[in-house]
Design a binder for this molecule. Structure first.
Ligand SMILES: NC(=O)c1ccc[n+]([C@@H]2O[C@H](COP(=O)([O-])OP(=O)(O)OC[C@H]3O[C@@H](n4cnc5c(N)ncnc54)[C@H](O)[C@@H]3O)[C@@H](O)[C@H]2O)c1
Length: 359
């Protein structure tokens, strides 16, 4: 196999053996089918020419989050059937997180599971959605209610495809990258601080290094807790308790990663109030969130957001869980990453936090 210069296999230790492994996966498949969403067609054609010459490429109209429906799952399963894929076939999936969540689910159901390879095309899917093997569709209004764990056989990283990613989607991925950098170390966090998200993609080595570190970090965590049974994966929910509540508050009109960025800021301020952690961290996060320059539809009310937090599926017995940091790269309570609070405990600190952040 000729090794392309602009396509990478980041998650496997040794470069040469990674390409050999991919080659084996392709050669040993009875058939290779490549699905891409329309918005990334040009990139999929490039990758097909470089790696999957004999595969059939089928384009599926892009529709973001709305794609994750039962009807579309049935449609994709119908395509796999029409194309006569058997149990030994290989499915290649290129698109954003919504596309790979649904196609990964289809791969896990078809013939009780066929092998698939993911090629994430958005920043958010590179640093988050494509890693860890979670697949999902939404059931009505409820996000990700139906899904499976079905680890892709491989992940192909083609950073140049970010050139066509809309700016708002880039910023959303930047929010998730901010989260991961806070979990990794000050070095990665400083890199995020030094960047201007509104410049979108640049093939600067720094952005690529950061994406690579975020991918590897998530891979390490999910490898240690593949089915989310050890409470390790929960650290990846940093900023997400308030982030999810904000998403619902703004009726899912504000991209996920932007709500997460606000969640990181608000939750780190809340940690100062509840645990006297240093106020420097929320101030540093605030500077990054301001640089993203996103105008929220309205100023959120802390009390309403707190009530929405209670509805989060991760909360139990009327308590609200947060992942807090003591400082960058260090969780507040070590491996027991989720601290739980009653509504009464949180009322005043949340009110003060929202008043300060949205003054
Ligand atoms: N499985 C997981 O572990 C996991 C983790 C995080 C998020 N997710 C899921 O990921 C989804 C969000 O993913 P997302 O942020 O990629 O959004 P998305 O998949 O909705 O994509 C956003 C838009 O960007 C377009 N797009 C993607 N790549 C492009 C490119 N290179 N050029 C031009 N346009 C491009 C898409 O067509 C779409 O219109 C959510 O459904 C979320 O639930 C899953």
């Amino acid at each position: 196999m000729h090794i392309p210069e602009d396509i990478f296999l980041p998650l496997y230790a040794n470069e040469t053996s990674s390409w050999q492994r991919l080659n084996y996966q392709i050669q040993s498949a009875s058939q290779v089918l490549f699905l891409c969403e329309t918005n990334v067609r040009v990139h999929a054609l490039h990758i097909k020419a470089a790696l999957f010459k004999n595969a059939k490429l089928i384009e599926i109209p892009s529709s973001g989050e709305g794609f994750k429906s039962f009807q579309n799952l049935e449609k994709i399963l119908g395509i796999l059937h029409q194309e006569n894929l058997d149990r030994h076939s290989l499915l290649i999936v290129m698109g954003g997180g919504a596309f790979s969540d649904l196609c990964g689910l289809a791969a896990s159901l078809f013939h009780r599971g066929i092998a698939w390879i993911v090629i994430p095309s958005s920043l958010l899917s590179m640093v988050d959605a494509a890693i860890g093997g979670k697949t999902a569709i939404n059931l009505g209004e409820v996000k990700n209610l139906l899904g499976t764990f079905h680890e892709p056989a491989n992940l192909i990283f083609y950073p140049d495809c970010l050139r066509t990613l809309p700016q708002i989607e880039f910023n959303s991925g930047f929010g998730e990258m901010l989260k991961t950098s806070l979990l990794i170390s000050n070095k990665e966090f400083q890199l995020v601080e030094s960047m201007n998200p509104n410049q979108g993609y640049s093939d600067s080595g720094e952005l690529l290094k950061l994406i690579d570190s975020c991918m590897r970090f998530k891979e390490k965590i999910v490898k240690a807790d593949p089915q989310e049974t050890l409470n390790l994966r929960s650290m990846l929910n940093l900023g997400h308790t308030i982030g999810h509540a904000l998403e619902s508050e703004f009726l899912y009109q504000v991209p996920h990663g932007i709500c997460v960025a606000y969640g990181l800021w608000l939750e780190s301020s809340l940690a100062c109030k509840l645990h006297n952690t240093s106020p420097l961290l929320p101030a540093r996060i605030a500077r990054i969130v301001r640089k993203m320059n996103y105008k929220l539809p309205h100023v959120p009310d802390g009390h309403l957001v707190l009530n929405r937090c209670l509805g989060d599926k991760k909360n139990r017995n009327q308590s609200i869980g947060f992942v807090f940091l003591r400082e960058v790269g260090e969780l507040w309570d070590g491996v027991h990453t989720v601290s739980r609070y009653s509504l009464a405990e949180l009322k005043n600190p949340v009110k003060e936090t929202f008043a300060e952040c949205f003054a």
